[in-house]
Write a protein that binds this ligand. Structure first.
Ligand SMILES: Nc1ncnc2c1ncn2[C@@H]1O[C@H](COP(=O)(O)OP(=O)(O)OP(=O)(O)O)[C@@H](O)[C@H]1O
Ligand SMILES: [Mg+2]
Length: 404
């Protein structure tokens, strides 16, 4: 394979990756000159009835940035006639506007249309001496022009796609914001009648006093317990919603320190429990310290909670290297576990797999965890089997610093 053909192949490879018109022009202006061995190359675009000399690569300036009427330049002729031209003596050719060429070095040229059926541009090659490129070279230039046309279409499609994705994303963000403020105000408003219920229940108790029968007391207790539970759910909803609206602050976070803090906070739940802690080396990460504390508080809290029925709980917290240099942080327990068929559901709001009589909770913890991890650009997932313990893992987008 000769050097010009190899150069064409390299350009085709580059063009297949180009994502914008600018990117395409950057590749083609150099490739054309290398392939033809010319002293200059131009990338001309059709701009309605004008030829726009958009890019060039030449020994001295040509017409970059200029527009000429289609009828008054050779690139216009090439596009209108959908034909390649090779002109050895430009000053002898009536199609050439000699005045535009006089200030330049050009003596000979070869120009190929981009997209032969309905040209959208042309690639020009210019020599400072009288020269006729061999037919093979012209064919290579035509092949370059064909690939250029495909690359431009790809870039257009890509730009359209990106625009649509951006539009959808902003629509989604808007809908999300609305939902957030809706759920926030609803949760807020729900609290007022709830306060009334518990207030009047207290008054009813007083009113009935010792005359209340055992059955009536039981009913009142149940109503009060339900009011309390609903208040808990609303509080959870509010905190979930608050977290979604809170701005993400980024700082260096030492996960080991965070785990120690979380264990401290859980000390109330640890009384009377026999727990073996296995804490591995944890990396320093980039993230919002308060949000990451919530993540660990819930994962470790769950591990403590769902090992409650074990005579001796084993809870392991550690990190292992994951894909793309991102550490995987895991929290493993030897608790009751869960059926993997529901592994995805767990992360939904108020989704619980265990009865509140067996293990208390509102089911908002993992929903918060997922939201926080997503906002950090990471992933969270769980592995488990009923009765065999669970492992919850997450990654964060930011690269970890300390060795894992
Ligand atoms: N370590 C675990 N072992 C077994 N099941 C778990 C574990 N962690 C979570 N689950 C299951 O996933 C459900 C959802 O967890 P999540 O943390 O969201 O809620 P919760 O702990 O029940 O309540 P909250 O976190 O709001 O106090 C739990 O109710 C439980 O069924
Ligand atoms: Mg929880």
């Amino acid at each position: 394979m000769n050097a010009a053909t190899e150069r064409l192949l390299a350009a085709v490879q580059d063009l297949s990756l180009a994502r914008s018109l600018d990117g395409v022009m950057e590749i083609v202006r150099h490739a054309a000159r290398d392939i033809s061995g010319a002293d200059g190359a131009t990338f001309v675009l059709r701009d309605v009835d004008k030829c726009f000399y958009a890019e060039e690569d030449a020994i001295s300036p040509l017409w970059k940035g200029s527009r000429f009427p289609m009828s008054a330049c050779i690139s216009g002729w090439v596009m209108l006639n959908r034909k390649t031209v090779v002109i050895e003596d430009i000053y002898a050719d009536p199609r050439i506007p000699a005045d535009a060429y006089r200030p330049t070095f050009v003596k000979s040229l070869a120009m190929v249309p981009i997209r032969s059926k309905a040209p959208i541009g042309a690639i020009g090659n210019y020599w400072a001496r009288r020269y006729t490129p061999p037919p093979e070279t012209v064919r290579l230039l035509e092949a370059l022009a064909n690939f250029t046309s495909i690359a431009i279409e790809n870039a257009d499609l890509y730009a359209g796609l990106e625009r649509r994705v951006a539009e959808r994303t902003s629509e989604l963000a808007e809908v999300n914001r609305e939902l957030e403020s809706f759920s926030y105000s609803v949760s807020h408003d729900l609290r007022t009648p709830l306060r009334h219920m518990s207030g009047f229940m207290g008054m009813l108790r007083e009113e009935l006093g010792p005359s209340a029968g055992a059955q009536a007391v039981k009913f009142m207790d149940t109503v009060e317990a339900s009011v309390k539970r609903m208040d808990g759910l609303i509080e959870a909803l509010l905190s979930f919603s608050r977290m979604g609206r809170a701005e993400l602050r980024r700082a260096r976070v030492d996960l080991s320190g965070l785990v120690a803090k979380v264990r401290d906070e859980l000390s109330g739940d640890l009384a009377g429990r026999d727990i073996e802690w296995k804490i591995g080396d944890l990396p320093e990460v980039e993230g919002d310290p308060e949000m990451l504390r919530q993540v660990l508080a819930n994962l470790v809290g769950n591990a403590v909670k769902f090992t409650g029925t074990r005579p001796r709980a084993v809870i392991e917290i550690g990190a292992r290297p994951g894909e793309a240099g991102r550490a995987v942080i895991f929290v493993r327990d030897n608790g009751v576990g869960f059926d993997m068929a529901y592994a995805d559901k767990l992360f939904g709001l108020f989704q619980r797999l265990h009865l509140k009589e067996d293990f208390e909770g509102t089911g908002v913890g993992l929903a918060n965890v997922r939201r926080i991890i997503k906002r950090h650009g990471g992933e969270v997932w769980a592995e488990s089997a009923v009765g065999r313990g669970s492992t919850f893992c997450f990654t964060l987008a930011a690269p970890v610093k300390a060795a894992v």
